[in-house]
Ligand binder design. Structure first.
Ligand SMILES: Cc1cc2nc3c(=O)[nH]c(=O)nc-3n(C[C@H](O)[C@H](O)[C@H](O)COP(=O)(O)O)c2cc1C
Length: 161
């Protein structure tokens, strides 16, 4: 029995476009599965979103300031009830800023804080090129888990059953 998701939200912050690109890849993939997606860029801090109508929420952030969550994301989160059913975390970073210890550390912080069940998706700068496939593999696993689709089954076939 597949439990249906009506809507998914992708919420992200991005200065130079890398996390935004990841969000666009995720949106494309999820929509391709027949799930509605709303995309929210909260970099300008103007948003407050009611998340009660979303079954699956993606939170995306780059890492800043020695491994910190960007203050724009913190600001958004301080005004948002994130008690959502399912939360998956993704974002972009750069190993040149402090090596492995600080690489995408903001995502580890968010995962620990909100208890996301999935490994966070870390991408070094832009997702374009060799990391692209990893983005799709990750979102595929998240969507499969949420829909309770058997791992061996083709996702699109299962969702259309
Ligand atoms: C001042 C500054 C500090 C940064 N600190 C970190 C860091 O601690 N860890 C990390 O992984 N990346 C760090 N980065 C790299 C960014 O997270 C990376 O460039 C990311 O791709 C930016 O995402 P965006 O294009 O969505 O803004 C830093 C970048 C700048 C400019």
């Amino acid at each position: 029995m597949v439990s249906r998701i009506n809507r998914s939200a992708i919420i992200y912050v991005s200065y130079s476009g890398n996390t935004e690109e990841m969000a666009a890849y995720l949106k494309e993939y999820i929509e391709d599965c027949g799930i509605e997606v709303d995309l929210f860029d909260v970099t300008n801090r103007l948003f407050s979103i009611d998340l009660t109508n979303y079954d699956l929420v993606f939170l995306g952030a780059f890492t800043w300031d020695y491994g910190s969550v960007p203050e724009e994301m913190e600001d958004f989160l301080s005004r948002t009830n994130l008690q959502v059913k399912e939360l998956a975390i993704f974002g972009s970073g750069d190993t040149q800023f402090g090596g492995e210890a600080l690489y995408c550390r903001a995502l580890n912080i968010l995962k620990e804080r909100y208890g996301s069940p999935w490994e966070v998706l870390k991408v070094e700068q832009s997702p374009r090129g060799y990391q692209e496939e990893r983005v799709y593999e990750w979102v595929r696993e998240v969507v499969k888990d949420v829909y309770k689709v058997e791992k061996s089954k083709d996702l699109r076939t299962a969702l259309s059953e």
